[in-house]
Design a protein. Sequence first.
Length: 277
Amino acid sequence: MSSTRVLPGFGLSLGFTLVYLSLVVLIPLSAVFIKASGISADDLWKLVNSPRVQASFYLTFGASLIAALINVFFGLLLAWSLVRYSFPGKRLVDALIDLPFALPTAVAGIALTTLYASNGWIGHFLEPWGIKVAYTRVGVTLALIFIGLPFVVRTVQPVLADLEVELEEAATALGAQRWQTIWYVILPVLFPALLTGFALAFARAVGEYGSVIFIAGNIPLKTEIAPLLIVSHLEEYDYVGATVIAAIMLIISFILLFLINVLQNWASRKTGRTAVS
């Protein structure tokens, strides 16, 4: 009895896929670690323990984490409004969500700086209250929120659209309050999608450069992000130092995304068993 494959030419397709991934992903990443291995252990320890490097890591990953968490909350609210309600200008709002995808990041950074600088349209209202956004860590977080919001909305929106309204109606008919319906019926189904959106927004924020450098002010030990520090080392022809910082960022990002992926798979399996039972 002859077996038929679902995809004809599976061996050729798999080989092409592996070659493509090797050229685009594996070989460049391997080159980073190979170049970074040229530094001695003492120099590596000095670089890692440098206050400037540590401050840039704290700001990059801390601001990315805060921005991703904020995007999860407001992205869920925005996706809910677009899916469940009809209002004037709905199509315009839906189209504006994708604006950070199409807008060059440098343009986004200039626009945010123009708005939130001390003499900007919004910044001059905040200045008398002692609130500074541009050239502070708040500005960095704001830029990361701007570029990460579409990832959460576009990830949650289709899942929310497929969510059966009958489940909510059944919960209400059984006497569940609104918050109980949200907590026990809606959020368990949306949780894997929310985690995916969080991971995408976080990963995008960690590597962001263009929209941050204009509004950050790039003050060492205060508002200097890790990608900018890498560029600074490259401009000083310190290629080994730049690749070491890049490798450390890559390792930390991989560990965090791996943990998020494990949590996402666990949530998906738990949601599937709950749905079946």
